[in-house]
Design a protein around this ligand. Structure first.
Ligand SMILES: Nc1ncnc2c1ncn2[C@@H]1O[C@H](COP(=O)(O)OP(=O)(O)OP(=O)(O)O)[C@@H](O)[C@H]1O
Ligand SMILES: [Mg+2]
Length: 406
């Protein structure tokens, strides 16, 4: 698929000055490599995937899933396989459910890798990190507050507004407030002004384009809001439709492995800058549950031709990571309007880390060959960055990990 010149307007004032942060961790990277070598033989790791609420003994009472459920077990297996190939000798898979604490205790787990979107209930992305905070088990993933903030599109968008980062104008609605009547709703009129469509209506917490609707004009909004509410029993997000191109960018921590050689950067690691290939009649990127991510659905951005959009993606990704104090990987999804102005759609706190294979890949892995990394380097980078953070900033909370280094 040919990469066309990205038509993105330069929006310097909103994106400058550049946000780079001072190094948050000192010390030689060789020391971290030695620590990792020790941990390879001794540290017991559990990769946690989403437990099934209908399985015996997983929950006390089954409830709803406002966020569409998925086990993510296949990707947990990819992550565990990479950890084993990297030399970690004790790696197990554990479902996220009410037996998680017992399983971690019985298996004498030192660190968990959270590849779960939860089991059921509201804000499920923050359940596992909250439980692990309580249990005293360190983990790869975002803390409960950040996980919940990133996974609630309306809350994340409020953060973006606060940071001055462009995002489409939006409101939320909950039918408990009564029927949604755009023409007389003061918040709607104030937010959208003279924009009378098209709109996007979507769940505040969702995945894989599920229950995301394109709505031509305001007359169809009430019915669509009702449909999304019925599917999710949660607040519904209404925002302006952005008619331009769609992009993604990944941003991780300061420690990066290339060819298994570790480096500690001065700023967050920005990578996986891609454009999603969207067909002429494809208003909404087709769910990966329906069409897997194949190479023809993703275009790697070109350093020269796409220089302007690449610079914008880097600025935005760094700004989000630094200003929100992110401590683990995210993937930002963005889209431009018909004038080429770029807007952040959402952040994915647990981006798909599927290992690329012949048939399909994950958005995050698409640019790895271009930057001299393979899947194991990516997994090692995410893990090493977390170990580095724990051993430098959370020493009081990880004495059991420090004991493994003796
Ligand atoms: N404001 C918008 N304007 C145009 N298209 C949009 C807008 N919001 C969402 N979309 C389309 O819907 C898709 C899914 O939306 P979004 O990324 O917000 O939610 P998601 O279902 O959590 O996505 P993901 O598959 O990345 O987890 C986007 O990839 C995009 O194609
Ligand atoms: Mg998305």
């Amino acid at each position: 698929m040919p990469t066309q010149q990205a038509q993105v307007a330069v929006d310097k004032p909103a994106l400058s000055p550049k946000h780079s942060s001072p190094p948050r961790r000192g010390g030689r990277v060789e020391e971290l490599e030695l620590q990792l070598d020790r941990l390879r033989a001794r540290m017991r790791i559990a990769v946690v995937y989403g437990g099934d609420k209908s399985a015996d003994g997983s929950v006390i009472h089954q409830t709803r899933n406002p966020r569409s459920w998925k086990s993510y077990k296949a990707v947990a297996e990819d992550i565990a396989g990479a950890l084993e190939r990297l030399g970690f000798q004790h790696v197990i898979l554990v479902p996220d459910d009410m037996r998680l604490a017992t399983a971690l205790a019985e298996e004498n787990i030192h660190l968990a890798w959270l590849n779960t979107g939860g089991v059921q209930g509201y804000n499920p992305m923050s359940h596992a990190p909250a439980m692990l905070e309580m249990l005293g088990i360190p983990y790869v993933g975002h803390d409960p507050l950040i996980a919940g903030t990133l996974d609630n599109k309306h809350i994340f968008k409020q953060e973006l507004l606060y940071l001055g980062i462009p995002t489409a104008p939006f409101i939320t609605w909950h039918p408990a407030r009564g029927p949604f009547r755009p023409k007389v709703n003061s918040r709607f009129l104030q937010t959208f002004k003279d924009h009378w469509g098209p709109y996007i209506v979507k769940p505040v917490s969702g995945r894989a384009s599920l229950h995301v609707h394109y709505v031509e004009n305001e007359c169809d909004l009430p019915e669509t809001v009702e449909r999304v509410y019925e599917a999710t029993e949660n607040h519904v997000l209404i925002e302006t439709y952005l008619a331009g191109r769609e992009y993604c960018v990944g941003v991780g921590g300061m420690v990066v492995s290339k060819n298994r050689k570790m480096a500690r950067r001065r700023d967050p690691f920005v990578f996986a800058e891609i454009e999603r290939a969207i067909g002429p009649d494809e208003k909404i990127f087709t769910s990966m549950d329906v069409k897997p991510i194949t190479s023809d659905r993703v275009m790697v951005l070109d350093d020269k031709k796409d220089e302007i959009v690449l610079e914008q993606l880097h600025d935005l990704a760094r700004k989000v990571a630094v200003e929100m104090n992110l401590e683990s990987l995210v993937r930002l999804d963005l889209r431009s309007d018909s004038n080429g102005r770029l807007f952040v759609l959402e952040a994915n706190p647990k981006p798909d880390l599927k290992q690329p294979c012949e048939k399909s890949t994950s958005l995050i892995c698409t640019t790895l060959p271009k930057i001299g990394m393979d899947y194991e380097d990516l997994i090692l980078s995410v893990l090493a960055d977390r170990i580095d953070l724990l051993l430098s900033q959370r020493r009081g909370s990880v004495s059991h990990l420090m004991a493994l280094l003796d």
